[in-house]
Design a protein around this ligand. Sequence first.
Ligand code: MN
Length: 735
Amino acid sequence: MDKIRFEDVVRKVERFQPDADLDVLRRAYIFSAKEHANQKRASGEPYLIHPLSVADLLADMRLDVATVCTGLLHDVIEDTLTTLDELRNMFGDEVAMLVDGVTKISNLGKVSKAEAQAENLRKMILAMVKDVRVVLVKLADRTHNMRTLGFLSPEKRKRIAQETLEVYAPIAHRLGMSKTRAELEDLSFQHIDPEAYARLKEDVESRRASTEAFLEEVRSRISERLAAERVPFLRIDARIKRLYSIYLKLKKQKITLDQVYDLAAVRIITPEVKDCYYALGVMHQYWKPFNHRIKDFIATPRENGYQSLHTSVIGEEGAHFEVQIRTEEMHRIAEEGIAAHWKYKEGKGKDTSEDEMMKWLRRLVESQQDADAREFVDSFKLELYPKEVYAFTPRGKVIQLPTDATPVDFAYAIHTQVGDQCTGAKVNKRIKPLSYKIQNGDIIEILTTPGHKPSRDWLNFVVTSKARAKIKHWVAERQRQEAVELGRKLFEKEIARLKLKPKPSPEDPKLEEFRRDNGYPKHEDMLVAIGYGKLLPKTPLGRFLPEGKLEELDKAEPSRLQQMTQVVKRALRLGEDRIVVVGVDDVLVYRAPCCNPIRGEEIIGYITRGKGVGVHATRCQNVANLMVNKERIIQVNWVGSGGNEPYAVKLSVMTEDRTGQLAALTNIIANIKTNIRDARTDYSLQADGVRRIDLTVDITDVHHLERVRSALKTVPGVIDVERVTTPQTQSGQIR
Ligand code: MN
């Protein structure tokens, strides 16, 4: 291979982009040369040869200056001490973004080792790139590496070639870049199975002279006949097919080279579309179409934009050959694919290219005919509307998850048991919270503890339905067990209180009747209801007492529950009858501290285990999780006038940092006759010039709160007033 010189690259760029910024290109070259100065390739040559060759390939594809610069700089993040910020400062956002993209793709390949991952890796690459040019640079990078693969060890060669064949050649194919694909495939084939490659090459070579003579003959006859029929054409290419495609054909059809009928291929390039059809007509006039193998990819282009007429014909001598007929423009797109669309266009700038790109993608979306294509389109849609992330297990297995997925989702995606026993996660070897949002390409190691059980708090951040369902299942299961235990204890205690002898057995007909009448299939279901506080144990057990005896006992001795209710109500400073549970008497009620609901707010009740009914404001963050157990949700209402007992409500005021601000705030609160329990300034964690002042005030109801809030907002300098509630789940309180 001839040595590439930077000036040649400059000339190529200059030729197609006369107004290009060549200065930035030169700076990129000098920088790359400096950074890679002491590095050598496996061939012993200076490393700089590699980025320069990649840039040259990109210049040949007539890509814009930013892309060619990226070719020059694509390895500096990976292989030198340069940081992304430095690149951004020197070459701007666009180049930095492209280099970053190429670096990320390169790192992906190092992680994924399993062969079965190729498909995932391909999808992931397409999903990760925000700009198609990143893929074009990566393909150029791979092309040059494949060309110089011979200097590496046989194992390394094989691995890289395998990855190229399974990941990069299909990407090139999907992007319509048949020239790149062909080169990558033939080079891969050569390194993956050197013997088969050599054997086939020899076989083909031995037939070369005769095949070429035949092709030459065919070519001159076609051109004679096209001329005789006055069909315009630009040229006729005749060639022997490339080795890898012959190899695939032999393998697929289990035949030998002698049986390959279309070793040769002829291509007719015409000036206009109509000429393609004329040419096809002429071909069929003189050569018989074989096996009805006519394909019109002009009327129905392939998903990757490929257009051409295909036919296989059989000549007088019985020799078969394949003919492709297309215009020059179709040919260019067939060879270069998406790169042809990205190309810099003189006088039009890049906006047009992006338009073209979108057109190209749209056509892809519209022409999705087979499942494979649909998958490809889906992966492109991901890129346009990112909805999925891909992460790795430490062994390189790819796990596909929705955006915002967390290590817990990841753990459940691996296995239910891993999810259930998950106690921590390392992301890229660092411990991260279980609520961490997974990024594309993260390597995630799940730490498990045998016997550990899922936590209800996980429901606050998991996004996959599998994780959600498993956690809910377990939470519900655990709560049910606990409710059974509690219910059993309360049931036993009530038996003791009522002095029932002998102890009623669960099979007792009276209990069976009670369960049937009240819809409890089993004894345990009844205990659950007791445990949840929905059923008082005296209700079923009262049936074992003579008429009137239960009322008598209740009057003589208020139940423990009733006594406790009174104590708790007093302790919580709950005035009489402020909140009632609809349809149930004698139930402990307390306001949940996480949201601290105040009179007038919309509320719901949640039956806790043994602590009565927790009352939450419907705005409370915990309510969504409480809904896991719908049967424990109960309707509660505010009743009565509310008396004089105020609620302590904490407000956080964000204000400009002015002197006398605290005084101004307390003053206005005093003006509307509101008691202040506490006021303090928080100097930490605020933005410049902003101060936070926390006020705890006595509030009688939701209207009063609104008055205080609006009054505070009238103070000059106040930016916002927020009600402070405990952000985290207070597990102990809501269970
Ligand atoms: Mn490279």
